[in-house]
Design a protein around this ligand. Structure first.
Ligand code: ATP
Ligand code: MG
Length: 644
């Protein structure tokens, strides 16, 4: 395990950090009282009477008796406090257009849309699905739904009609909000037709609200009179005043579908008071946000990452944000660095898949831009390979920026295992330790904590405010997926394999289903992949276990090589892994591939490759980013098997 390297917080960073070292002990002394203190960072219209009610577990309730409006917390209260002129959003469009929106302007827009939604008959408890790219209006709509108590569900704008339809149908949405078209890697693509196909024959969808984005570039927008409504015709004429009602702390706020790495996506339901408390506090503490920061979370708004750390978290903290519509590589691979330079971004929250992509271009790529405004970096979505961590730290962070590696899930609502950047010494590749107020550990099948360095599964041992309350319309799946395996202990099963080191640091080893068992040795996919990626020839790697008559499973490594050159690297890579981890970890098969199948959020879909090596098929592929990546791997595999 590459845990020798410890990066302590720089002294200057620690001196100015929002949160100090005593926070862990303060929270541990009385977690509920401590969470109540964090809840009071928010504006409550009626104070809560109970902090935590476990009588309905696993659907815990937090801050019952309390009433609040999430949108008021995210927008209005900053205006009321005299910060209306502060920039809320610097929006950068893919073609290079841009807009700047203050908190006062955001409040006007949210109120207008709230009035518009009410005119369309959308009210408390109704579901609204968003099929939108990263636009200010996407955030406005999310906030307007919160304002009127409608339950929002954001669907990635790049999803197919079929994937969208599943979510519209599953939520039983009354309204779908979409654009005429979207910019995708430099092209204007019409999407209204896909939206129409997704709602066709679904009687619960009363209206489709259409925002103009690509205009003349995508003419002849298909139109169903009576159902379809242009945003500019409905919203622009609405008054900018709207009286926000108060809702119970447990009022449903949004439904988020998991990214589908392990199977069919689950629609998790998050509620208001507890979710916002966890999200708002953790955003303030982990990202150390200050009044003069320019914060940028690069995730698409439809991912949970963006819900918590690009919408509800930063807005509730009154932060200035950059949001970017397009692909990170359009029109050139340095686009993100250009945006950082343009806006003087101080905090940049990214994903390992993107870091590995930048690495393929070499350190010259970030070196071409002035990144001196950066003071903190973040990573989320997958375990970050130590190699990628060090590259990011050196070449983007100039060696001075702490990296907060945040482990969390759609289910957890906000970060669970993550450092406090002014306090926690970092170890590249580990999310470090559970945040104050959160209790997570690594246990064996019987629920006992494993010894340091031993593989087990990650569990959260006590309920926490941001936890999902159910799977939409499938409470049984909520119980069986997460709570049944450790029902006796009351632990939440996260589904990730992990180890803890002697300092209590958590190391994620991949999904439970992705753990390999070779001749009785349990090996983590992430550890094997990190060893491969640390070889200079390897840009990306995915490791799966294929069935094997003698060893149970054998290790199959799919690798993308850096640059061109010979693909005769198998022997070298086997030796390299043996040196890094041990002879048992040597991949039996090394298959060079041009691409890897990933989800739309950039996660490697190992299960599809495992199915392929086992001769199984038929797994859920609806969350695949690019089906051609899977076919390319299938072709490479077939050729490899033939030549073996
Ligand atoms: P599904 O549950 O449908 O398979 P998913 O798990 O990919 O989809 P998300 O909730 O978006 O959907 O992802 C959460 C998972 O991402 C975690 O369980 C973990 O495996 C991985 N993950 C996220 N952040 C980190 C991190 N910082 N380090 C390691 N793994 C991470
Ligand atoms: Mg998951």
């Amino acid at each position: 395990m590459p845990d020798e390297l410890v990066v302590p917080p720089p002294a200057e960073f620690a001196a100015q950090a929002n949160v100090g070292a005593d926070e862990y002990a303060r929270a541990a002394a009385d977690p509920q009282a401590w969470w109540a203190e964090q809840a009071r960072r928010l504006q409550w219209d009626e104070p809560f009477t109970t902090v935590f009610d476990g009588s309905t577990l696993p659907t815990a309730q937090w801050f019952t008796g309390g009433k609040l409006n999430v949108a008021v917390n995210c927008v209005d209260r900053h205006v009321a406090a005299g910060r209306g002129d502060k920039v809320a959003l610097h929006w950068e469009g893919e073609p290079g257009d841009s807009r700047t929106i203050t908190y006062a302007q955001l409040q006007d827009e949210v109120c207008r849309l709230a009035n518009a939604l009410e005119e369309l008959g959308v009210g408390h408890g109704d579901r609204v699905v968003l099929y939108l790219p990263v636009l200010p209006e996407t955030i406005v709509t999310t906030m307007a739904c919160a304002r009127i108590g409608a339950v929002v569900s954001l669907v990635f704008g790049g999803f197919s009609a079929e994937a969208l339809r599943f979510r519209v149908e599953d939520t039983g949405a009354k309204l779908l909000v979409c654009t005429d078209g979207q910019f995708r890697r430099g092209n204007a693509v019409a999407v209204k037709g896909a939206a129409d196909a997704a709602v066709e024959g679904l009687d619960h969808v009363e209206h489709v609200l259409v925002l103009r984005r690509t205009g003349d570039l995508t003419p002849d927008v298909p139109w169903t009179p009576g159902r379809d409504v242009w945003w500019h015709e409905l919203v622009d004429r609405q008054p900018a005043e709207h009286v926000a009602p108060s809702f119970d702390a447990e009022n449903p706020l949004f439904i988020i579908y998991t990214s589908g790495t392990t199977g069919k996506p689950k629609g998790l339901v998050h509620t208001s008071g507890g979710y916002l408390t966890h999200t708002s506090w953790s955003h303030w503490a982990v990202f150390d946000v200050k009044d003069d920061d320019v914060y940028w979370c690069q995730a698409d708004l439809a991912w949970v990452t963006a819900h918590s750390y690009e919408m509800y978290g930063p807005l509730s903290n009154g932060v200035t944000q950059v949001i970017y519509e397009g692909s990170p590589l359009t029109p050139h691979p340095g686009r993100h660095f250009e945006v950082i330079e343009k806006y003087g971004v101080t905090i940049y929250y990214t994903a390992p898949t993107l870091v590995r992509t930048f690495m393929k271009h070499g350190p010259e790529l970030p070196a071409g831009f002035d990144l001196s405004s950066l003071r903190l970096l973040g990573s989320v979505g997958e375990a970050i390979n130590p190699e990628a961590w060090l590259w990011l730290h050196r070449n983007v962070g100039g060696g001075r920026c702490p990296i907060v590696d945040t482990w969390w899930q759609s289910e957890t609502g906000a970060a669970v295992v993550a450092p406090l950047p002014g306090v926690t010494p970092l170890k590249p590749g580990s999310g470090t330790v559970p945040l104050p107020g959160l209790s997570a550990t690594v246990v064996d099948e019987a629920g006992n904590e494993v010894a340091p360095g031993e593989q087990g599964v990650l569990v959260i041992t006590k309920p926490w405010p941001g936890m999902a309350r159910t799977v939409w319309r499938d409470h049984a799946r909520f119980v069986t997926s997460y709570w049944e395996p450790y029902a006796a202990q009351g632990f939440y099963l996260a589904g990730d394999a992990a180890t803890k080191d002697a300092d209590g640091y958590v190391w994620i080893g991949g999904r439970i289903d992705d753990v390999l068992n070779v001749s009785g040795h349990r090996l983590s996919s992430i550890e094997l992949e990190s060893a491969l990626v640390s070889h200079p020839r390897v840009a990306e790697a995915a490791v799966v276990g294929a069935p094997d008559a003698t060893t149970g499973q054998r290790i199959v490594a799919f690798v993308i090589l850096r640059g061109d050159g010979s693909s005769e690297v198998a022997a070298e890579l086997r030796e390299h892994v043996a040196q890094q981890i041990g002879p048992v970890a040597k991949p039996r098969d090394v298959v060079v591939v041009p691409d890897l199948p990933k989800t739309r959020s950039g996660k490697i879909m190992r299960r599809l490759m495992a199915d392929m090596t086992a001769g199984r098929g038929g797994g859920d592929v609806t969350s695949l980013q690019d089906e051609t990546a899977l076919s390319a791997v299938e072709t490479a595999w077939a050729q490899y098997v033939q030549s073996r």
